[in-house]
Ligand binder design. Structure first.
Ligand code: NAD
Ligand code: LMR
Length: 347
């Protein structure tokens, strides 16, 4: 029957599945920016999650409709949709973002403008920095213990902004703030799967650094069998394609935005893994977090997750000379983008 169906979207990195029978649907999750290109399909996937008991859809437009629509899907998650001022679903009176955030275990933030062709993610800074700052201030007030998953670009700057906001409110916990870089891992897995003729769900590439252009560094040398199958020219092409995968989608959408569907999938995988770890499973996945691995104060690398978020920031192993070349090029850019976020939040 439909209610028993288990639609597996398993990847080696996630094993996430839409099973209605395996887990307790006990967690409250909010999506901020839930009416957007990422927000809507991400909210739909989270409505299917076996871990989600309550899903709050928050945006400045459209969430009563998104919530009413999702509420007809027969899964346990209770749905609400709120706007900053009047208007909500169910139509019970609207406390705006307070209702959306109160009691949240995880808050996923894809609010903000996307790129158009010719723009860098940093070109989004002027608009999105303020949006993220405001939303994280609300999180600090209404759900100070929640794990925050930041999708809004530029991630290399919006995560440090979020950290500074939380520090100023006295509620910063580095274990509970992550930039979502899972789409880079998804892309790397897909491209390696194609190159090696393998099922991409059997591939798990470690991608380190940040989430913009050359700050994204896939460590293909660590993929079993990769170095034997692929020459340096092909490896270079796959590295650059992973670094600029976002641009490939922005160009193809020709002004209509950036990746939304693959990002919704990636955001779902990330969140589902965080929820599984909260329920006691041992999970390792890449995330952009506060880090002492390099000179950059935030860095994406494999992280262990537990009941309270990141329990250990893991190392990324040996780099080949090729990877070290990119690593050295990346660090100054990454540090600059991080500092830009810190300065914005403190001025
Ligand atoms: P979109 O324009 O379709 O949706 C954004 C939504 O945010 C809109 O519904 C808008 O109303 C809402 N919003 C704006 N200000 C808000 C506020 N103050 N409070 C609540 N909601 C607000 O854009 P999209 O395609 O969904 O992309 C969203 C963001 O995600 C962009 O910044 C994009 O660059 C980023 N992104 C990141 C990754 C990643 O890998 N981390 C991948 C893809 C996109
Ligand atoms: C992506 O990697 O697809 C996102 O960061 C969106 C973008 O602007 O490329």
């Amino acid at each position: 029957s439909a209610s028993r169906a288990t639609v597996s979207i398993a990847t080696k990195m996630s094993k996430a599945s839409f099973s209605s029978t395996t887990a307790a649907a006990s967690k409250k999750v909010a999506v901020l920016g839930a009416a957007g290109g990422i927000g809507q399909p991400l909210s739909m996937l989270l409505k299917l999650s076996p871990h989600v008991g309550e899903l709050s859809c928050y945006d400045i437009v459209g969430t009563p409709g998104v919530a009413a629509d999702l509420s007809h899907i027969p899964t346990p998650a209770k749905i609400s949709g709120d706007l900053p001022a009047a208007g909500s679903w169910p139509p019970k009176g609207n406390d705006g973002i307070a209702r959306a955030l109160t009691g949240c275990d995880v808050v996923v933030i894809p609010a903000g403008v996307p790129r158009k062709p010719g723009m860098t993610r940093d070109d989004l800074f002027n608009t999105n920095a303020g949006i993220v700052k405001g939303l994280v201030e609300s999180c600090a007030e209404h759900c100070p213990g929640a794990i925050l998953a930041i999708i809004s670009n530029p991630v290399n700057s919006t995560v440090p902004i979020a950290a500074e906001v939380l520090k100023a409110r006295g509620v910063y916990d580095p274990k509970k703030l992550c930039g979502v870089t899972t789409l880079d891992v998804c892309r790397a897995n897909t491209f390696v799967g194609e190159a090696l003729g393998k099922d991409p769900r059997e591939v798990d590439v470690t991608v380190i650094g940040g989430h913009a252009g050359i700050t994204i560094l896939p460590l293909f040398s660590q993929v079993p069998g990769f170095m034997d199958a692929v020459d340096e020219k092909k490896m270079d092409a796959l590295t650059v394609r992973t670094q600029f995968g976002g641009d490939e989608v922005v160009k193809a959408k020709a002004g209509a935005g950036s990746a939304t569907l693959s990002m919704a999938y990636a955001g779902y995988v990330f969140t589902e893994n965080v929820l599984r770890a909260m329920d006691g499973e041992e999970i390792t996945q890449c995330a952009f977090v506060e880090s002492t691995l390099t000179d950059a104060p935030y860095f994406a690398s494999p992280c262990k997750f537990g009941p309270d978020g990141v329990t250990e920031v893991l190392g990324y192993g040996e780099l080949t000379a090729y990877e070290k070349g990119w690593f050295d090029k990346m660090l100054p850019d990454l540090k600059k983008q991080i500092q830009k976020g810190i300065d914005f939040a403190n001025n």
